[in-house]
Design a protein around this ligand. Sequence first.
Ligand SMILES: Cc1cc2nc3c(=O)[nH]c(=O)nc-3n(C[C@H](O)[C@H](O)[C@H](O)COP(=O)(O)O)c2cc1C
Length: 298
Amino acid sequence: MQKILIVYYSQSGQLEEIVAQFAAGLENTTVVIEKIKIEPIEPYHFPWTSERFFAAMPHSVLGIPTTLKAIKPAHSQYDLVVLGYQPWYLSPSIPTTSILMNDNLKKIIANTPVVTLIGARNMWINGQETVKKLLSQSQARLVGNIVLIDRHNNYASAISILQWMLSGKKERYKGIFPLPGISEKDICSAKTFGKIVAQHLETGTWENLQQQLVTSGAVEVNSTLMFVEQRAGKLFYLWAKLIETKTDKTMWLKIFKYYLIVALFIIAPVVLLLYRIFLKPFTHKSILRKKKYYLGLT
Ligand SMILES: Cc1cc2nc3c(=O)[nH]c(=O)nc-3n(C[C@H](O)[C@H](O)[C@H](O)COP(=O)(O)O)c2cc1C
């Protein structure tokens, strides 16, 4: 019997649903699947208050872990470990960073194939770069990355997801915004990706798994979002560093909140227009190179 460990965090249950679909694709008579849900000792309550939502930014971005309840895996070694996670502020969520720094998990993932399974709004590439680093520090072998996103317009989904996070209600805000989160159809597609991973687990050949996942649409890179995320990631880092030095964090987090609104809805559209006219047409090769890199695992 082959053993699979799925470690994941989820607040609203969205990632939990993705994990359930993915696990259904993996299931067959020759595998045993064990699931562990990451639980911070001080939980991040859902729904969020606005204050708590923005207060999570500095530690998410700076990779400062929180204390987790002890995990008790049934075995010390697995044939495959699946890490289900979500980005917070273009970084791995704090519970995800924390589990990747957990000594028990670090021992388990050393020299073990790992598949990352992401459930995001639409900006995950920076977070995955951090996860890649943390996995490699533990000598884990990243063999596949699956990313499910909210496919609605970037501005509309920013509002609808924030509304969902702050109200706990997964509904069409004011009847005009799209339904927040990853579509049911896309969540169900995780089962197909689970089946692809199962085939590779059976043969023990991981080399071309990511290529097959990419061909099957398990992960896509949007060049405009990639452009935004790369720049925003650097700015978030500067904000996080600045806020961490302040004694009155509440005031600075409020300033960050207004900065974010202005940056997202006023600055970004102008910058993107200029990017599309003056930069994008002349940087095709570099865009393709970067896309290929983010679709890959190294
Ligand atoms: C504090 C916070 C920050 C988030 N930041 C991002 C982000 O930078 N990029 C992104 O694509 N999604 C972001 N999201 C959405 C999450 O990645 C995720 O899709 C959502 O929280 C649902 O996941 P759940 O299963 O934990 O409920 C954020 C959510 C929260 C709560």
